[in-house]
Design a protein around this ligand. Structure first.
Ligand code: ATP
Length: 314
């Protein structure tokens, strides 16, 4: 549905996005995560054809954005960070207006708008003027306008920014309801939010794609090894840091005196089984017997912190 190939975007001398590539398949819900200024809005503006990339290619539904922008844009409903609402219109008349813009057949508009009002929890404010709505309702109206014409792809830029906790939960719930019906990409700088709504997370860091993490495919996180080794922690760490197939050895708090607790991560691409066997033998041969060895997978929070701190760019 959405394909980016080596996409770069420059604003004058500033490179806001650098060589970003990924594919999003039909009906996936993907969270775009990154700190302020990481390039999220820039990326979403490129996907929606708001402006062209400085280099690289963007395909939407198999079509080239550069060659056929109108056809690509027809597949997309977009809610920018500040929803484009006409404040003097009522909620219902605004949605009808957007439906006409999006070429919904005249006789279908009424039912379509009814459906969207119900889905977005806007029925009680249908006759209210948009300019008088609370921020939560305005966000819902922003999502509602993106749904007009039932586009395949929905793009939401920080849909929960500035909302109170109750409104945030409601918007999250709404996005969750859209899962499986549309291909959804939404940006956020809140890790837990992305975790709750989607299984796949793309992390941007300073304009680069730092990680493409898919919770449903456990090989997204690194393989970690937690070990208890009879020996002094400094000696154990020294040995582990020279062990092939592993990196980032760190000490954990000791529970038993004289037994080091450590965590190491497997080097990507290594045969992890072979690396584990080697670790076991080498430690034993070095007079550091392994008391416990357990495999763990990095969770999204650990991946995020590692990637954002810049220690493990992929
Ligand atoms: P935020 O979470 O604050 O919205 P973001 O991840 O969406 O941030 P972008 O808005 O894409 O980040 O900005 C990426 C970088 O590009 C920032 O350094 C920003 O200052 C810069 N930038 C964005 N738009 C423009 C523009 N029109 N002209 C010049 N620089 C820009």
């Amino acid at each position: 549905m959405i394909e980016l190939e080596s996409v770069t975007k420059k604003y004058g001398n500033l490179t806001a996005l650098r060589d970003v590539s990924f594919h999003i398949t039909e009906k996936e819900t993907v969270g775009l995560l990154g700190r302020n200024g990481a390039g999220k809005t820039t990326l979403l503006n490129l996907i929606t054809g708001y402006f062209p990339p400085s280099a690289g290619r963007i395909r939407i539904g198999g079509m080239e954005m550069a060659k056929d922008p109108a056809a690509c844009k027809r597949l997309i409903g977009y809610m920018p960070e500040r929803p484009p609402l006409y404040d003097e219109m009522t909620t219902e008349s605004y949605l009808r207006f957007v439906c006409r813009l999006r070429e919904v057949k005249k006789q279908a508009v009424r039912d379509h708008v009814e459906e969207i009002l119900a889905l977005c929890g806007l029925r009680e404010v249908r006759t209210r003027v948009l300019g008088h709505l609370s921020r939560g309702y305005r966000q819902r109206a922003g999502i509602a306008q993106a749904l007009c014409g039932a586009p395949e792809i929905l793009v939401f830029d920080e849909p929960t920014t500035g909302l109170d906790p109750q409104q945030t939960v409601e918007i999250r719930e709404l996005i969750r309801r859209l899962r499986g019906e549309h291909t959804v990409i939404f940006s956020s700088h809140i890790l837990s939010e992305v975790q709750q709504v989607c299984s796949r997370v793309i992390i941007l860091d300073e304009g680069r794609m730092a990680l493409d993490y898919d919770a449903e495919h456990p090989d997204s996180g690194r393989l970690l090894l937690r070990l208890k080794i009879a020996g002094e922690t400094p000696a154990v760490l020294k040995r582990l840091r020279h062990l092939d197939g592993f990196e980032d050895a760190e000490a954990l708090p000791e529970e038993e005196t004289g037994v080091a607790e450590v965590r190491v991560s497997a080097v990507r691409g290594e045969d992890s089984g072979a690396a584990l066997d080697r670790a076991f033998r080498t430690l034993a041969d070095s007079g550091l017997p392994v008391r416990m060895m357990r495999e763990e997978r990095e969770n999204l929070e650990e991946v995020f912190l590692r990637v954002i701190s810049g220690s493990g760019r992929q």
